[in-house]
Ligand binder design. Sequence first.
Ligand SMILES: [Zn+2]
Length: 352
Amino acid sequence: METSALDFLKEILETPSPSGYEQPVQNVVRRYVADFADEVSTDTHGNVIAAKNPAGPLRVMLAGHCDQIGLIVQHIDENGFLYTSAIGGWDPQQLVGQRLTVWTAGGPVVGVIARKPIHLLTDEERKQVPKLKDLWLDIGATDKEDAASVVRIGDPVTLQLGFQPMRNGLANAPAMDDKTGLWIVVEALRRAAAADLKCALYAVSTVQEEIGLRGARTSAHSVDPHVGIAVDVTHATDCPTINKNQEGDITLGGGPVIYRGPNNNPIVVERLIQTADQRKMSYQLGAVGRATPTDANALQVTRSGVPTALVSVPNRYMHSAVETISLDDIDRTADLLAEFALALNGDEDFTP
Ligand SMILES: [Zn+2]
């Protein structure tokens, strides 16, 4: 992976983007793609759409959602503690003991979420699972007035952001879901743009996936693609307590996961598999027998239907402070998508 590409990954991971508050990360994306895209636009929903060869006969849309789960400030109490509600799907246990950041108009304000120390918990309390409504965010304010002088109701909150490399090419950060997918679609565009591309290739940094696949719906309508590929994370099943019989055998470092099932057009899927086989790229197969909770769902039923595929990055500990991925996996996924696009002549028919 080139240094500039790795730097781009770190920058998007360190830039906040709770659903609906994606503007900071979209600024980073716009600046980065300007070097190799022929056209860059932002729609009124906030999606950033970067295109190479937009006049090409066959439009291929790659979608990676730039939004991340977060919290939103709901109430400031008399003592200056903040109460929040969720943006996206949280396990509140993942929040206890975390450092967080409130993204205010005046800049980032750090805070913590904890709970009573173990010494003070009753036997009953020790057995209880914390609920978000009972957790407060402590920014060190002296009282309500002090807190309200920096924080406004509706300000977004994220976990403390940051990228941490680990052994064997792994790395952890909050929001690997789906900054890795965003990175892959942008990187696939960059790699394909450097070669002889015959199709029109769109990399879309979609918004508001975590609250209902909303940006994929609006952006796919305007791009009107002939093929759509969503890139998201999926659960790696190679750590304790996950049942492979039910969840499949998905390994970190095993390569991109190509999904099969009703949310995937069989011809697009076979072409992806063929592309990987011909170039001797490792990949894994995943199966979902329903509409997936990803941008692929919205893409597939846009307008009169779009031949769609879902390609995923194995991720351990999804929706936590320590989402863990393999850098090799994201590198290979970007290659797979670039090669898929480069192999298209423009006269393909994906009607199943
Ligand atoms: Zn996601």
